[in-house]
Design a protein around this ligand. Structure first.
Ligand SMILES: NC(=O)c1ccc[n+]([C@@H]2O[C@H](COP(=O)([O-])OP(=O)(O)OC[C@H]3O[C@@H](n4cnc5c(N)ncnc54)[C@H](O)[C@@H]3O)[C@@H](O)[C@H]2O)c1
Length: 355
């Protein structure tokens, strides 16, 4: 096995408090023979102190540039613009990249020659095991934030998810019944809203109905979806085709047809959004109103639950990181490579840029 130097920088995206590796995952990397450079304070937002990393054999380094000097950098979110300065052709990067929605980052990775491996496109047995834990969390969060934004105080219609005796429950539409959509549907159903699932995959809809996660279902086609969302109080966007720009499932015209004060939470915004009027927002300023509809389109929803999210992410990422450190061509990393030696290599990402 080749011993590598692994860098763990602190996250820099707006209000992002996750860390990619917990101290125990760093301990595993150290025991596997790697040097791990942890930027001081990197784990603090998730409740892990520098001393916890030190105890398992990490080397604490004072600045971001020290962590980025490692030959393999692992982090949570896609590099932010000031971090592009650390790119170089002998660097391997392992993180969420979402390149279909990040043309400038894609260009910077290509021009610098970084070997860029994305968590979200790594495939295993038909699933996306490094996206799934964050989709699980973002889906659960979508039900919570969606319900909260329906309150009149934030510009919502003032509809309570579960309704009340003599008043109907909220109508919730979930676009894409994968991991995030299923969790959003479960959350909304748990609050006694009436949930309809939309997907192109009829088996997914069948399963969700049989499991009682959704009350009814609809195949994803524009007219039916427009009619459905015109009656919705909350729409959650979670449709994904791996690597590609998100499919537009709800057109702007359909948003115009929605009731004032209804809410959309577009989780798919990290891939460009599956609701046409969605544009990226931040945890600091999560919403805006377009056509009377409250839009919540935060690209790092799990960042506000850093304790849970860091533990879940690290558990999924750590074994793959060790594979990447020893053999980037290991078949168990299938789909992760996005940019190698200046070339886009993931078919979904290629399609996002070249059509
Ligand atoms: N904003 C955030 O903070 C955040 C966090 C985690 C995940 N996400 C995003 O949530 C999205 C969903 O992730 P996931 O892990 O649930 O994906 P998934 O692959 O588990 O599920 C995606 C679903 O979308 C369906 N789909 C594809 N095309 C469709 C269409 N045209 N209409 C309706 N459904 C369609 C698929 O059949 C599948 O069931 C991704 O974009 C992911 O990156 C966002």
């Amino acid at each position: 096995m080749t011993a590598r130097t692994i860098g763990l920088p602190a996250e820099t995206k707006d209000r992002e408090r996750r860390v990619a590796l917990t101290p125990s995952a760093v301990g595993s990397a150290v025991r596997a023979g790697h040097r791990v450079l942890v930027q001081a304070g990197a784990g603090e937002g998730a409740g892990y102190q520098d001393v916890d990393y030190k105890q398992v054999g990490a080397e604490l380094v004072p600045a971001a540039e020290d962590a980025w000097s490692a030959d393999l950098v692992v982090k949570v979110k896609e590099p932010q613009r000031p971090e592009y300065a650390y790119f170089r052709d002998d660097l391997t990067l392992f993180a969420y990249l979402h390149l279909a929605a990040e043309p400038d980052l894609t260009r910077a990775l290509q021009e610098s020659g970084v070997a860029a491996y994305a968590f979200e496109t790594l495939e295993e047995r038909g699933g996306l095991p490094l996206l799934a834990p964050m989709s699980e969390i973002a889906g659960r969060a979508a039900a919570i934030v969606g319900a909260a934004h329906l309150a009149a105080v934030g510009g919502g219609s003032g509809t309570l998810m579960g309704g009340a005796a003599g008043a109907p429950a909220a109508q919730v539409v979930v676009l894409g019944m994968g991991v995030a959509g299923t969790m959003a549907a479960r959350g909304a159903a748990g609050l006694d809203a009436v949930v309809t699932g939309v997907d192109v995959n009829l088996q997914r809809l069948y399963d969700a109905r049989m499991e009682g996660t959704i009350a009814s279902s609809l195949v994803s086609e524009p007219d039916g979806v427009a009619e459905l969302v015109s009656r919705a109080d909350l729409v959650v966007g979670a449709a994904l085709v791996p690597g590609r720009r998100a499919p537009v499932v709800v057109s702007e015209e359909a948003v115009v047809g929605m009731r004032p004060g209804s809410v959309v939470v577009d989780l798919a915004i990290d891939q460009g959004g599956c609701i046409e009027t969605a544009r990226p927002t931040t945890l600091s300023e999560p919403t805006y109103v377009t056509h009377g509809v409250v839009h919540y389109c935060v690209t790092n929803v799990p960042g506000q639950f850093p304790r849970t999210a860091s533990a879940a992410l690290s558990a999924a990422v750590a074994p793959k990181l060790l594979l990447l450190a020893s053999d980037p061509d290991d078949p168990r990393l299938t789909g992760a490579a996005n940019v190698l030696a200046g070339e886009l290599v993931h078919p979904g990402v290629v399609a996002a840029f070249e059509g």
